[in-house]
Design a binder for this molecule. Structure first.
Ligand SMILES: [Zn+2]
Length: 404
C-alpha cells in the first residue's frame, strides 16, 4: 500500500472508530478524538457521506452561542454485523446494524461445539436462518464476531480448545468460508466487552466480570481497558487451585475452582452426595436417574424448596465467593458483575457475596458493588459484534502515530 493511501486509510478508520465508540459527534469533537486537523476531518467526513457510511443527524440542542454544531453518525443502513456467542451446547446469535442498533435480538440455538470442521456448515445454516428472519441478505453483512470458550488468542484469531481445525487460525478459515471478515474472541472477554459498551461496566475503570455457567470464566477491566495478558489468556479464574489435591480438572490439575463453583460442579456434587445417600426429592428411590441430574434440574428443585438442592447451590456459591475474595485483594475493583446462567439463580448470589466479603480485606471490599448482569444472555454476542465492527475500522496494525 502506498504511503498516501495508507495515511488516508488510517485517518478514515480513526474517524469511523471514534463514531463507533462515541455515537454522534460534531466535526470539532471528531478532531479532538482523532487528532486530525479540522479541514482534513471535514473532507474525509464528506467522502464518507458520499459512500453512505456516515449521515448527518439532528443536533443535541442549541449550543450556548449561535447555531448548534451539526453532528455526524455512522449510517445504520450501511450494513450489518453478526455477533455469535458460542457455548458448549447452546449458542446466542445477535444482529446489529453499523450504528449498533439491534436488528435481531438474541436468539439461542443448540449447536454442539467441537473441533469437527462440519460445525462450520451448522453455523452457516443457523446464520442463514437468522438473516432470513431479519430479512437481511448475506451481502449486507460487513463482519462477523464469534466468541468461543476455552483458550483463545483473539488478536491472532486462534482458538485452542474448540474450533481448532489444525494449523491455520480459525478466524482465517471462517473468513474464507463465509467471505466476510471474522473476528474471534474468548467468551468471558466478549461478555466483558458487552458489559463495557452496553451494560453495568459502561464508564467504569476497574471491573471484574464473572461468567458462571456450565464452566467459570472471568474478564477483567483494568484502568478502563480489557486485560488480555501476554498471549490473550489472562483471566483463567476457573483454574485457580482452591482445594489442594482436590478433584481432577480437565486441565490436568487438581482442585480447580471450576470443579467446585460452576453449573457442572453443582451437578457433579449433587450426584456424588445422592449416591452416598443424601435425602432429596430429586432422585428416584432406586437411584436409577442419578446420572441424568444436571444443574438445571437442581435449580428447579431448589426453587421448589428442596433443601438438599439449596445447600448444593449455596456450597458452590461459597467456593466462588472464596475465589472472588482473592480477586478483590489483588485487583481492588469498583464493581463485580455476575453474568452467566447460574449467577441469577436464587440461593447463589447472596452466599457468593457473603463469602467474598468474609474472605477479603475490609478496605478492599467495603466500597465494591456486586451486580448481576442486566444484559444476561446477550452480553457475549453484543460484545463480540461490536468488537467485529471495530475491527472493520482497524488502525493498530497500520501504526497511526507515524502518519496522523
Ligand atoms: Zn483446571
Amino acid at each position: 500500500m502506498g504511503k498516501v493511501r495508507k495515511k488516508n486509510l488510517i485517518r478514515r478508520n480513526l474517524i469511523l472508530r471514534a463514531l463507533l465508540d462515541h455515537g454522534q459527534l460534531s466535526l470539532t469533537e471528531l478532531k479532538l478524538h482523532t487528532g486530525i486537523s479540522l479541514p482534513v476531518v471535514t473532507s474525509i467526513v464528506n467522502f464518507l457521506k458520499e459512500d453512505n457510511l456516515l449521515i448527518d443527524v439532528e443536533s443535541r440542542g442549541p449550543s450556548q452561542a449561535g447555531r448548534p454544531p451539526s453532528l455526524v453518525a455512522l449510517n445504520g443502513a450501511a450494513g450489518y454485523i453478526l455477533g455469535i456467542d458460542l457455548g458448549r451446547t447452546n449458542s446466542n446469535f445477535i444482529l446489529l446494524d453499523l450504528a449498533q442498533n439491534l436488528v435481531a435480538d438474541v436468539r439461542t440455538k443448540s449447536l454442539n461445539l467441537s473441533n469437527e470442521i462440519s460445525i462450520i456448515e451448522d453455523l452457516h445454516r443457523e446464520i442463514d436462518s437468522i438473516l432470513e428472519n431479519a430479512d437481511v441478505s448475506w451481502d449486507r453483512i460487513l463482519g462477523i464476531g464469534i466468541s468461543v470458550p476455552g483458550l483463545v488468542q483473539g488478536q491472532r484469531g486462534i482458538s485452542e480448545t474448540y474450533l481448532n481445525f489444525g494449523d491455520r487460525p480459525v478466524a482465517q478459515v471462517l473468513s474464507e468460508r463465509f467471505g466476510k471478515p471474522v473476528h474471534i474472541e474468548h467468551d468471558a472477554k466478549a461478555m466483558t466487552l458487552g458489559e463495557m459498551w452496553f451494560g453495568a461496566a459502561k464508564g467504569r475503570q476497574n471491573v471484574l466480570c464473572l461468567n458462571v455457567g456450565w464452566g467459570l470464566g472471568l474478564g477483567m477491566i483494568i484502568n478502563g481497558r480489557l486485560h488480555y495478558g501476554m498471549n490473550g489468556y489472562a483471566g483463567e479464574f476457573g483454574h485457580l487451585q482452591i482445594v489442594p489435591d482436590g478433584l481432577l480438572c480437565y486441565c490436568g490439575k487438581r482442585g480447580c475452582l471450576e470443579m467446585y463453583a460452576s453449573g457442572k460442579a453443582i451437578a457433579r456434587n449433587a450426584r456424588d452426595k445422592i449416591e452416598k445417600g443424601a435425602m432429596t426429592n430429586l432422585a428416584t428411590p432406586d437411584g436409577k436417574e442419578v446420572d441424568r441430574i444436571d444443574a438445571k434440574r437442581i435449580i428447579e428443585a431448589a426453587n421448589g424448596g428442596d433443601q438438599f438442592c439449596i445447600e448444593i447451590i449455596e456450597e458452590a456459591a461459597g467456593y466462588l465467593g472464596f475465589g472472588i475474595a482473592q480477586l478483590l485483594n489483588i485487583f481492588n475493583p469498583e464493581l463485580v458483575i455476575f453474568g452467566g446462567r447460574i449467577s441469577p439463580v436464587k440461593f447463589f448470589l447472596n452466599p457468593a457475596i457473603s463469602a467474598a466479603v468474609k474472605h477479603s480485606m475490609t478496605h478492599l471490599n467495603k466500597n465494591v458493588s456486586f451486580e448481576t448482569s442486566k444484559l444476561g444472555a446477550k452480553s457475549g454476542a453484543l460484545g463480540v459484534a461490536v468488537l467485529a465492527a471495530r475491527e472493520l475500522f482497524e488502525v493498530e496494525h497500520l501504526n497511526p502515530s507515524a502518519y496522523v
